[in-house]
Ligand binder design. Structure first.
Ligand SMILES: O=C(O)C1=C[C@@H](OP(=O)(O)O)[C@@H](O)[C@H](O)C1
Ligand SMILES: C=C(OP(=O)(O)O)C(=O)O
Length: 443
């Protein structure tokens, strides 16, 4: 869905200074549109992320009967209600969006309707069996290209069967898809989560009046929804996305002399692994003005350029910073010593094989590193950094991470396609320029 491919280059230069707020959280934006569609009546969303991934979800919800009026980031949704979704008349194009696709698969599987999903080359390579299989257990018919990849069609049963399902991968998308399908199944649907993942679905389901419980057990956290309960409309305020805030935060730490204030960042504990890691590396990050906003803790983060040192990032931290490893690798390139990151197997199935894409980007810019199937080691400050062109493979986080590298590098860093950043962070280049970064985008 992204526009014409355009290369971009970031140049090292002066310090970054000022005050910024990054756009709304992508996970919460997808979920707010979906839950507002499943409630009968009017919900308001304030601060919706207007990036391409979320716009694809809005189109999908409209195709299933929701009325969605958008005035920039202010959105009014008139929902159709659980059990009353319309069948989409045409194919749903989810572009680059894994979350949108997988969660909507769960919604469709809970209704006696059929839908067909397509996506871009990146999304069409990503595994959907992790969601299709539990939905099949609930009675959905899912037909997909080999390897359960898009294009994919799904038809929900008349009466979905409640299931108990132990997550084989630490994935909030899989958990959420099952809970969404369970909303319209008679009885209790339980997901057992051996490793905790982001809990936005559970929190927001409760806010929309669904019956949801979270109970610790020896097997892990048991998350149960009771199906066929009406959902009630809710007003949602979307906090700033910590996964987007990661870019100015890391840039502020590695560009000498910088001092930034990054405002309103969501600090849900299931999303703060990067902040923990950067502080362990010696990053001068101060959490200020911590407060509650719509059921989530938010705060302003003050960033002062720091001398970072290498650390080992344990595997059990991965779910709380899964999308932040590419930019952590960039921070590690400017840290004294070696940073080792473990438990990275899920990076292989994101918008790109992120482990391979990061390694290639580090290699192109002279940063010593080593990788295995599920780990990465980066040795910082070993040689001159920069001068390379990074292949983004339709992956927004690869593009933004390496532009951040360029802002602190000895010679400019180029990414082959800047248009992919529209997936999650419209206005990234303008925001980084506003705080003093030099980024040139090909005309
Ligand atoms: O549930 C979500 O909103 C997300 C969950 C994560 O994916 P997985 O569930 O595949 O780990 C994350 O990488 C993605 O950006 C958003
Ligand atoms: C993995 C990501 O998103 P999704 O799975 O929704 O495409 C991401 O935003 O880094």
């Amino acid at each position: 869905m992204s526009g014409t491919r355009r290369a971009a280059s970031a140049h090292g230069g002066g310090a970054l200074t000022g005050d910024v707020r990054v756009p709304g959280d992508k996970s919460i934006s997808h979920r707010a549109l979906m839950m507002a569609t499943l409630a009968v009546g009017r919900s308001r969303i304030d601060g919706l992320l207007t990036a391409e991934d979320v716009m694809a979800t809005a189109a999908a919800m409209r195709a299933m009967g929701a009325t969605i009026a958008m005035d920039g980031e202010q959105v009014v949704v008139d929902g159709v209600g659980l059990g009353a979704l319309a069948e989409p008349e045409t194919v749903i194009d989810f572009g680059n969006a894994g979350t949108g696709t997988r969660l909507t698969m769960g919604i469709v599987a809970g209704h006696p309707i059929a839908a067909t999903f397509v996506g871009d080359a990146s999304l069409s390579r990503r595994p959907m069996g992790r969601v299709a299989n539990p939905l099949r257990e609930m009675g959905a018919l899912v037909v997909a290209r080999s390897g359960d990849r898009l294009p994919l069609s799904i038809r929900g049963p008349q009466t979905p069967a409640p299931i108990e399902y132990r997550l084989p991968v630490a994935s909030a998308q899989v958990k959420s898809a099952i809970l969404f399908a369970g909303l319209n199944a008679p009885g209790e649907t339980t997901v057992i989560e051996p490793v905790p993942t982001r809990d936005h679905t559970e929190r927001m389901l409760a806010a929309f009046g669904a019956k949801v419980t979270r109970t610790p057990s020896p097997d892990g956290l048991r998350i149960t929804v009771t199906g066929r309960q009406p959902m009630t409309p809710c007003d949602v305020t979307v906090p700033a996305d910590p996964s987007s805030a990661a870019f100015p935060i890391v840039a502020g730490l590695i560009v000498p002399g910088s001092e930034l204030l990054v405002r309103d960042v969501m600090l849900n504990p299931s999303r703060t692994g990067l902040i923990t890691t950067l502080i362990e590396m010696g990053g001068e990050l101060t959490v200020e003005n911590e407060r509650d906003a719509g059921g989530e803790t938010i705060a302003d983060i003050r960033v002062v350029a720091s001398r970072l040192k290498g650390v080992t990032v344990p595997a059990d931290r991965a779910p709380s910073m899964i999308d932040e490893y590419p930019v952590l690798a960039v921070a590690a390139a400017f840290a004294e010593g070696t940073t080792r990151m473990e438990g990275l197997e899920e990076l292989r199935v994101k918008e790109s094989d992120r482990l391979a894409a990061v390694a290639a980007g580090l290699a192109a810019n002279g940063v010593p590193h080593a990788t295995g199937e599920d780990w990465l080691e980066v040795t910082g400050r070993a040689a001159r950094i920069g001068g390379g062109t990074v292949v983004t493979h339709l992956d927004h986080r690869i593009a933004m991470s390496f532009l951040v590298m360029g802002l602190a590098a000895d010679t400019p860093v180029t990414v082959d396609d800047a248009s992919v950043m529209e997936t999650s962070f419209p206005g990234f280049v303008e925001l980084m320029r506003r705080i003093g970064g030099t980024i040139e985008v090909e005309a």
